[in-house]
Design a protein around this ligand. Structure first.
Ligand SMILES: [Zn+2]
Length: 311
């Protein structure tokens, strides 16, 4: 008899062959669903399905919160939406410019796709680089995907679609512009990648102090459910707390290491605190964060020491 592992392996191989993301919308509030991704990095087995995508049924049709990592994903997302509502998709709101959140735009390009102006600019500037990276990491899942920036800049603090009013909370720190979206009808807060839960936050475009301030702002919002960009939705602030604790640990680790003159390989191999040992991708993201953030800190520390020497 075939073992469970070999059956699972066969199922995964079949999913890869068919490029079937097996999207399963989970209802989280009235007329509101989240399509959860896996707590992994982009790969040829997950096709980039690593992110939470949301959608809301309004009286004017369905609004997407982010569009996913590829054209195939977006096509399958539309089919998954059609399994739970007869309403058509009429608009998308993009939280920030990281590609897992908007490379599905191409499939919805005739609809209004909203984003903050700085996010639009970053999509234009970085889309091709992101595409190179995702084709390399996810392979044929990406076939025919072309980076398609959002087409409508958000200027106001609210957006009304049908009978729903979305409060648009403009923050930053994870990237140059991070949009949190509060559906005032249901109290569901889509926090984008300002909030991660039980998955190490990514920092390639991060400013940690700014991000920490944005987490304080998120914490002040009166929400009933918080949907993080990666990790489980929850009615409490666990994703905010997880992200804050992780960023403070990372910031202290990098600063202290720079002060004692550790080389990057030392920092990458530092012990992971017990609080994060159960979380996904901590060692991997620490390695990346050291590559992105450590050279700047080393340079600052060096110049401070030099100045001290001259004074
Ligand atoms: Zn992101």
């Amino acid at each position: 008899m075939a073992s469970f592992a070999s059956l699972l392996c066969a199922a995964l191989t079949q999913a890869e062959t068919l490029f079937d993301y097996q999207l399963q919308p989970v209802q989280v509030a009235e007329g509101t669903w989240v399509v959860p991704g896996v707590p992994e990095d982009f790969s040829r087995s997950n096709g980039g399905n690593i992110v939470n995508i949301g959608f809301i049924e309004t009286s004017a049709g369905v609004v997407l919160i982010d569009t996913g990592p590829s054209l195939r994903y977006a096509q399958q997302l539309e089919a998954a939406v059609a399994r739970v509502t007869s309403q058509p998709i009429v608009a998308a709101i993009i939280t920030h410019h990281h590609p897992d959140h908007w490379f599905g735009n191409q499939h919805f390009k005739t609809l209004p796709i909203y984003a903050l102006p700085e996010t639009l600019g970053a999509m234009v500037n970085e889309g091709d680089n992101f595409a190179d990276n995702l084709y390399r990491m996810s392979g044929d899942w990406m076939r025919s995907t072309e980076p398609t920036p959002a087409n409508t800049a958000l200027a106001d603090n609210t957006l009304s679609i049908g009978d729903h009013t979305f409060q648009l909370i403009k923050l930053k720190g994870h990237t140059v512009a991070d949009l949190a979206v509060l559906d005032t009808n249901t109290g569901v807060l889509f926090a984008g990648d300002l909030a991660f839960d039980q998955r190490a936050p990514t920092t390639p475009h991060a400013d940690i102090d700014t991000w920490l301030a944005s987490l304080d702002s998120l914490g002040d919002i009166d929400y009933r459910l918080l949907v993080p960009g990666h990790g489980q939705p929850a009615p409490d602030d666990r994703a905010i707390q997880f992200t804050r604790h992780y960023l403070l640990w990372l910031q202290n680790l990098l600063r202290q290491s720079a002060q004692v003159g550790d080389v990057p390989t030392d920092v990458i191999n530092k012990p992971i605190p017990a609080a994060f040992q159960e979380a996904s991708l901590v060692r991997e993201e620490l390695s990346r964060s050291v590559i992105h953030l450590y050279p700047g800190l080393e340079a600052n520390t060096l110049s401070t020491h030099k100045q001290g020497g001259y004074n």
